[in-house]
Design a protein around this ligand. Structure first.
Ligand code: DX5
Ligand code: ZN
Length: 214
């Protein structure tokens, strides 16, 4: 079985917290998932300043998760920031597909995220135009929520419909859940609480790596 990837998330209130997390991840992560919240599409905000992040020259693959309305208005900023992959919500008011197309037009990856209540059927006709799908394991907005198992069947369904599509899962993922997701063919899991709030951060990373090795 192909190894799935662990992508630590950065859901932070300010730049100091962002830098602290980046320092922690320096040794262990190849990619980071930056949570971008506007206080409108979700009732929370995060620090995620694309100009400042560009100037950090981070040694990671950057994936941006835009939990915002009108994500098409932000996507150029994230291209400038160096994001390899951007996820926008299919549920977002505005033109999320234009954001996906803007990423693909510059040779980056564009994907759609789907909330727990959104069925795969909502995006089934669009899969050929996407590089990736992000299946939410929680209602977006906060770290530390319990995983909703509906995400498991969505991963299986997406992989059945389009095996070559990159499928990631975000929210509530723990090492045992990561093992279940990897067995279904999931390509990447995003995690915050199960990593940063674990008693031993390095051991939590190892537990995820073992779970994802299949
Ligand atoms: C939720 C965010 C997630 C979050 C995951 O709105 O999109 O990326 O950081 O955090 P945990 O792993 O704590 O659910
Ligand atoms: Zn996220």
């Amino acid at each position: 079985m192909r190894r799935a990837e662990l992508i630590p998330s950065l859901l932070v209130p300010d730049e100091a917290a962002f830098r602290a997390r980046i320092a922690l991840l320096g040794d262990v992560a190849q990619a980071v998932h930056i949570d971008v919240m506007d206080g409108v599409f979700v009732a929370n905000t995060t620090w995620a300043d694309p100009a400042a992040i560009r100037n950090m020259h981070l040694p990671f693959v950057i994936e941006a998760h835009l939990m915002v309305t009108h994500p098409e208005r932000l996507v150029d900023d994230w291209i400038m920031a160096g994001a390899r992959r951007v996820f926008v919500h299919v549920e977002a008011p505005g033109n999320p597909l234009a954001a996906v197309e803007a990423m693909r037009a510059v040779g980056r990856e564009g994907g759609l995220a789907i909330n727990p209540e959104t069925p795969v059927s909502r995006i089934a006709d669009l899969l050929a135009e996407l590089d990736a799908v992000l299946v939410m394991g929680v209602k977006p907005g906060w770290s530390g929520q319990a995983f909703q198992s509906v995400a498991l069947s969505k991963v299986a369904e997406l992989k059945r419909l389009r095996p070559e599509l990159r499928v990631g899962v975000d929210g509530g993922v723990t090492p045992p859940i990561a093992a279940d997701l990897a067995a279904l063919g999931c390509d990447a899991v995003v995690a915050a609480h199960a990593l940063y709030d674990a008693p031993d951060f390095k051991k939590a990373v190892e537990d995820f790596e073992k779970a994802l090795a299949g």
